[in-house]
Design a protein around this ligand. Structure first.
Ligand code: FAD
Length: 421
């Protein structure tokens, strides 16, 4: 019949928006608006001979959608080095470094917990289950005890979300863990049944030239209009048949400012600030994935040069929910904090390179009632016919963003083929 192709506008050129755009081109004429830089938090910065990731370090190869996307755009992921299986925890108040045990057997002999701390963990099987949502801190203290929470859970939460365990809801941030508790009555019992307690399987991967290689691959294989422009309000997109806002919640709120309810709901999703500091030293130990900390403004050190080939520096994550004041610091102060953190934890000083970026609103906080909040936002967005994407709903990882972007594209394609919205 020669009818014109339907037109979709995507606001936000991060991994969420780009994935949706790539798959939507099969059925739609795609226009993607980006205000700053393609890739958003998935961006690899070249600084002289160094490659520093501004955000995404890598992804686990356990999500078929990401592996499919890599294949579809012709980029091949590379696995992390063997060395990266070695992970460390630094107890900031005791100034002690511990190697993270890699198996239950290693856990039993590791000095990372006292005898009583280990006994308390073993006692987890006797703790009654509670299927109601609670903060990760409440959950972990209740089930696993104080010591385990401090030495394992607090560093892990900082490493994944840049948050404190008190900020996050266990059902929203780690839904599988709560499901295991509910289904098996105990994490240990669940672990014995499932092998790994439902912990995500998969090996860490990235790309030879960093995560930007995936972004460039997607862009090169998407026939669409790529427009470097900040969208200020929805009105600007009225000529499009479909609109996807793949922006952070606060930016989506701003674009939808003429819808007070949506604006208010979206603004109630808060973010933790996070500084990323790139450094390199003549010598730095330990050779491994990196070091997470228990309670310092230095959340952790990623030993990039020991994790992936083609990397030569290290990165330090600072601030997060432990030190939100970082949002008010200058970039130089952020870099100094990173340097001090490395000196305290590893003893290394006088870096050969110094680089940094401050994400004032870095990672969304999946707090208590997050899911209900997102459901209300979706309901309101449906009323005005706008589709929402982004790492503030459905998970923060690159894998989550790819999965959600692809799913939305498939849904819109199916609707378009049926001839409806
Ligand atoms: C320090 C750090 C480390 C991380 N490490 C990992 C990791 O190792 N593994 C992992 O899986 N995940 C990691 N993440 C999480 C992951 O990076 C993000 O969740 C993901 O990249 C977010 O993608 P997104 O497209 O949803 O949002 P974003 O990347 O934030 O993209 C949104 C885009 O929208 C644009 N935009 C905003 N407003 C407008 C507007 N009005 N008009 C036009 N454009 C606009 C922005 O400029 C941005 O480019 C990390 C995050 C951070 C901050």
């Amino acid at each position: 019949m020669g009818s014109r192709r339907r037109r979709v506008a995507i606001v936000g050129g991060g991994i969420s928006g780009l994935t949706a755009g790539f798959y939507l081109q099969r059925e739609f004429e795609v226009t993607i608006f980006e205000k700053e830089k393609w890739g958003g938090k998935a961006f690899t910065r070249r600084v002289g001979e160094y490659l520093f990731e501004e955000g995404v370090n890598g992804f686990l190869n356990n999500t078929p959608e990401t592996l499919q996307l890599c294949e579809d755009v012709g980029v091949e992921p590379i696995p992390a080095n063997e060395n990266s299986k070695k992970r460390f925890i630094y107890d900031s108040s005791q100034r002690r470094l511990f190697r993270l045990p890699g198996s239950p057997k290693e856990f039993l002999t590791s000095p990372i917990l006292s005898f009583w701390g280990k006994l308390r963990v073993a006692g987890e099987i006797f703790i009654p289950k509670n299927c109601k949502d609670e903060t990760i801190e409440e959950f972990s203290r209740r089930r696993l005890g104080e010591e385990f929470t401090r030495r394992f859970i607090t560093p892990m939460v900082a490493g994944i979300y840049g948050a404190t365990p008190a900020q996050l809801s266990v059902s929203n941030a780690f839904p599988r863990i709560k499901e295991v508790e509910c289904q098996y009555g105990s994490l240990i019992k669940g672990m014995m049944k499932l092998g790994r307690g439902g912990a995500p399987k998969g090996e860490l991967h990235s790309f030879p030239r960093g995560v930007s290689q995936l972004i460039e691959g997607i862009i090169s294989k998407t026939s669409g209009n790529f427009v470097l422009k900040e969208i200020k309000e929805l009105e600007e997109l009225k000529e499009f048949d479909e609109v996807i806002l793949a922006t952070p919640a606060y930016a989506t709120a701003q674009i939808l400012k003429s819808y007070p309810r949506l604006n208010q709901l979206l603004n109630s999703i808060k973010y933790n600030p996070i500084g990323v500091v790139g450094l390199d030293y003549r010598e730095i130990q330990p050779e491994g994935f990196g070091i997470l900390t228990t309670d310092s403004p230095t959340l952790g050190i990623l030993m990039d040069k020991y994790i992936f080939p083609h990397r030569n520096g290290i990165r330090v994550m600072v601030g997060g929910g432990r030190f939100p004041e970082i949002a008010q610091k200058s970039l130089e102060e952020v870099i100094e904090m990173g340097e001090k953190g490395v000196a305290e934890i590893t003893g290394a000083t006088s870096p050969k390179i110094r680089w940094g970026i401050l994400h004032k609103k870095g990672i969304p906080i999946y707090g208590l009632h997050h899911r209900e909040l997102v459901a209300q936002i979706e309901e309101e967005a449906l009323k005005i016919g706008v589709h929402l994407l982004g790492n503030w709903k459905g998970g923060v990882s690159l894998n989550d963003c790819v999965r959600n972007g692809k799913r939305l594209a498939e849904k819109l394609i199916a609707q378009a083929r049926k001839g409806g919205r």
